[in-house]
Design a protein around this ligand. Structure first.
Ligand code: PLP
Length: 429
């Protein structure tokens, strides 16, 4: 099982079997109802079994179940690319489809290498990631990622030339921030230092999650992303926002790029684009990047990269239905109204002595617990396992609990989720 304590699950598999889902709830084999506090794995903001999407799946399977994406396409995939580009900041106009966040990231890194090479700057090969960053598990994403356990076992397989910015989290300066912390923009200057060390002429791209999700919702300091953009522009370095979690409304805007008013050169997306129902990911690139590839002989393949399932018609049909529902039900506006509800509720946990930090932005929040003496991660695991008996499917990494509830949640469900977590924290403390 992926990212799982396999032996622990096998010791008690029954407790971990999800057998059905409806709206914001999962149901286990023994019939327990679990509130879906992370929208699956950040990917199901519309909740589960939405009737419109179920219907689309049936009709699409009858109409066009698969279409090869090499040298062929289909109208709905073309239309989806236009639709996604229209949601992105102006100037990001073209989409390349993949099937996961990891594939989207590796695609973006390859686009960066190809772009510079085509502009006769092939010596730009370095990628800059960030400590605590998560960009999936491909060799590219792993290399630019910054979560230690994901890296150390595979250290010999890292891409060459990758370096990392420091992460921006400081409990001393930003604990219990609501929204963006006011401290820490100067961390963007790390990029100047890396330019000083490696020389800009060797650096292809910087990749960051605008909000670091998997490491426990690390919110960018005010001005930090703007500063990164300025430095990238100054040195001709491409800026990639990995929006696999933040894309499609999680920040109350189409993309975090709009929430933070910073335009990257590429955006990677996945997860919510299909509400997690069928795998899909992709990269949105600027006109400038696209046009750079559209050179050379007209009969030549411009970008020697792609997947059998790029732009899979079942996934594109679902994505259209998801975007329709998001529009019809004004779900991004709903995120904006739910954000203060979640913020107020989750910051109420501050009163508990074992809570070390609470932070939030959009419809996300992170809560750090003090670790039990000599047993880091034990509290998080105990809370997760007890939550399964108390009606909450939680995401605990170490002693951090991350929240990313469905956009369809009601204010009462969000408050109920946090009340439940309060009881769990009290129980294990
Ligand atoms: C920011 C980010 N990038 C990439 C990925 C990898 O996505 P996948 O698991 O679909 O490969 C994730 C997954 O959580 C993510 O959060």
């Amino acid at each position: 099982m992926p990212f799982t304590a396999n032996r622990r699950v096998k010791a008690n598999p029954h407790a971990r079997l999800l057998t059905s889902a409806k709206g914001p709830y999962y149901y286990t084999a023994d019939g327990t109802e679990l509130f879906d506090t992370l929208s699956g794995l950040w990917c199901s903001p519309l909740g589960h079994a939405h009737p419109k999407i179920v219907e689309v799946l049936k009709t699409q399977a009858e109409k066009l179940d698969y279409a090869p994406p090499f040298q062929m396409t289909n109208p709905q995939t073309v239309h989806l690319a236009e639709r996604i580009a229209n949601l992105a900041p102006a100037g990001l106009e073209h989409v390349f489809f993949a099937n996961s966040g990891s594939e989207a990231v590796d695609t973006a890194l390859k686009v960066a290498l190809g772009y510079h090479r085509l502009r006769h700057e092939g010596q730009r090969f370095r990628m800059i990631g960030r400590e605590r960053g998560y960009h999936g598990v491909g060799f590219g994403g792993m290399s630019v990622g910054g979560i230690v356990p994901n890296r150390k076992m595979f250290a010999s397989g890292m891409m060459p030339g990758v370096d990392h910015l420091r992460h921006t989290y400081s409990s001393e300066h930003m604990a219990f921030s609501r929204g963006q912390p006011n401290w820490g923009a100067e961390y963007a200057e790390d990029l100047e230092r890396l330019v000083g060390l490696h020389d800009a002429s060797t650096i292809a791209a910087v990749i960051v999650e605008p909000v670091q999700g998997s490491t426990g919702v690390i919110v960018p300091p005010v001005g930090y992303l703007q500063k990164l953009r300025e430095i990238c522009t100054k040195y001709g370095i491409l800026l990639i926002f990995d929006e696999v979690i933040t894309g499609f409304g999680r920040m109350g805007e189409n993309f975090a790029a709009q929430r933070f008013d910073v335009k990257p050169d590429m955006i990677t997306f996945a997860k919510a684009v299909t509400n997690g129902i069928i795998p899909m990911g992709g990269v949105i690139v600027t006109d400038e990047i696209y046009n750079t590839f559209m050179t050379g002989p007209e009969n030549a393949v411009e970008f020697a990269h792609g997947y059998t399932y790029s732009g899979h018609p079942m996934a594109t049909a679902v994505a259209h239905a998801v975007l329709d529902v998001m529009e019809e039900e004004s779900l991004f506006a709903r995120v904006r109204t739910l954000e203060p509800v979640l913020e107020d509720a989750v910051h109420g946990l501050r009163e508990l002595s074992s809570v070390k930090d609470v932070r939030n932005i959009g419809l996300t929040a992170g809560v750090d617990l003090c670790s039990a003496d000599g047993a880091p991660g034990a509290r998080g695991l105990a809370i997760f396992e007890k939550g399964l008996r108390e009606g909450l499917l939680l995401r605990c990494t170490g002693d951090t609990i991350s929240f990313g509830p469905p956009f369809i949640s009601t204010p009462d469900q969000l408050r109920g989720m946090i009340d439940g977590v309060r009881r769990l924290i009290q129980f294990v403390s």
